[in-house]
Design a protein around this ligand. Structure first.
Ligand SMILES: C=C(O[C@@H]1C=C(C(=O)O)C=C[C@H]1O)C(=O)O
Length: 454
């Protein structure tokens, strides 16, 4: 396929000298592209690449090179809306075919909270959203190629893009090695159990009903983990989101089952996911695990708090919130969760950043009441959550968007990986059982690292 066939369309475009960027939207169905080839080809862009894949494949998007970013040290929904409009206002978008499917998007998110961070999260600001130079939409087989308008040569740009796409298609699968582990250990396991016990003493069923406490596991390797190995392993677990997010010297990865929300037209869709039991892989035992989860009082209580809170948080923005009366079971590879789908028709033009602020953190990762739990986590939990359990996703020029609760996640630096996992603590929780639950929740990331597979 030759993109030069579009030259006549491009020749007719009047370049807008007021714009900073030109963004060409092109079909790529003539090329053989996948995430391995793209990341292998753009290895020199390491530190400014992402891959975001929705659970249902609505998005399967790769971004290479951050052309411009919206970055803030403090969350402000209003300021973010202004920054977003101003960024889109600087881009002249040129689709080269009618009826194209994808939208030029920004990828990024916010940290879990504003706790002062240690060095380990320094590469990520409180809020970061990126416009990439290359945005590959693998689901729709489309590409956005965005460049500074003043540098673009309209006569040759399509030939250049064509050449690059041919080169990417020609990448032969490179080989990669599984990381070799030096050391693997839980960070402050006994202190974490003591903290859970302390929380159980404080929690009641009225003023402070739930708090989610997270812990970490550290792995070090003999050498830096190969991104191509991780990308391959990320395809192993189905029915989850894929977040692969490079920034500077850091790499954040999540294989979350949990959507924070998505917005299509005026409909916001979300879910309550809370209440867990291990999936062992043995069919007969697992039927018991599911049956237990559906009737266990503590899990049901945890789940209902989350559902109620999300429904309450949405009320100012909608006339009607819909959800099923009874939760069902969400089946992941290593774990079962209670799950309630929720949807709402949005009334006014509420910005995606206001909704983000209203909904995050749900009591599935924070607690109840939300502010009290957030304070408790900031003060008592060891370490900094950073992007763990934070909202990460894709936004468009309008309100269309999809955000994930970035759990089942890890942060990689040089030769080490820090894995994060938390669980809901309510009155009556047992620290030993919760410790075990967080162990199970590390499994998806151990699987991505090739350490534990099933
Ligand atoms: C906090 C995490 O998971 C959350 C807590 C759950 C629970 O307590 O049952 C279940 C699903 C998630 O909403 C995590 O995986 O780190």
């Amino acid at each position: 396929m030759n993109l030069e066939a579009y030259q006549n369309i491009l020749d007719d475009v009047r370049l807008d000298s007021e714009s900073t960027y030109l963004s060409l939207q092109l079909p790529t169905h003539g090329y053989d592209l996948d995430e391995q080839k793209i990341f292998s080809y753009f290895h020199e862009s390491q530190g400014a690449r992402y891959w975001f894949r929705s659970k249902d494949d609505r998005y399967n998007t790769i971004g290479i090179e951050y052309l411009e970013s919206i970055r803030r040290d403090k969350y402000s929904a209003k300021a973010l809306s202004v920054q977003k409009s101003s960024l889109y206002g600087k881009i002249q978008q040129v689709p080269l075919e009618a009826d194209m499917q994808s939208s030029l998007s920004l990828f990024g998110g916010t940290r879990f909270d504003s706790k002062d961070t240690s060095d380990e999260w320094n590469d990520f600001a409180m809020v970061d959203f990126h416009l990439p130079k290359w945005q590959f939409d693998l689901a729709n087989k489309e590409l956005f190629y965005s460049v500074r308008l003043e540098t673009v040569d309209i006569a040759s740009v399509l030939t250049e893009i064509s050449r690059e796409l041919e080169n990417i298609s020609a990448v032969t699968k490179s080989t990669f090695e599984a990381p070799q582990i030096n050391m693997e250990k839980d960070i402050f396991p006994e202190e974490w159990k003591a903290l859970v016990d302390q929380a159980v003493d404080i929690l009641d069923d009225r003023d402070f009903r739930k708090v989610v406490l997270a812990r970490q596991r550290l792995l070090t390797f003999k050498s830096q983990v190969d991104p191509l190995f991780l990308l391959k392993r990320l395809n192993d677990e189905a029915d989850t989101y894929t977040i692969y997010y490079e920034k500077g010297k850091s790499l954040f990865i999540s294989k979350s089952p949990e959507k924070l929300f998505d917005i299509r037209s005026n409909t916001l869709t979300t879910n309550a996911i809370a209440g867990s039991s291990e999936r062992t892989g043995e069919a007969a035992k697992d039927e018991g695990q599911k049956a237990f989860l559906l009737k266990d009082e503590k899990n049901r209580y945890e789940h209902e708090l989350v559902r109620e809170s999300i429904v309450e948080d949405l009320k100012p923005y909608t006339d009607r919130v819909e959800f099923t009366a009874e939760p069902d079971v969400l089946e992941n590879k290593y774990i079962y969760h209670l799950h309630t789908p929720i949807s709402a028709e949005l009334t006014d033009e509420t910005s995606v950043f206001e909704l983000l602020d209203a909904i995050h953190p749900t009591p599935a990762v924070g607690g109840m009441p939300k502010d009290r739990a957030r304070e408790y986590i900031m003060q008592e939990e060891h370490g900094t959550r950073g992007l763990y359990a934070a909202p990460i996703g894709i936004i468009h020029e309008d309100n269309e968007s999809e955000f994930v609760v970035a759990i089942r996640s890890m942060l990689l630096h040089a030769n080490s990986a820090t894995l994060f996992a938390g669980c809901g603590i309510v009155k009556g929780s047992s620290s030993e059982k919760e410790f075990e639950e967080t162990r199970v929740k590390f499994t998806p990331m151990l699987n991505v690292l090739g350490v534990e597979t099933r």
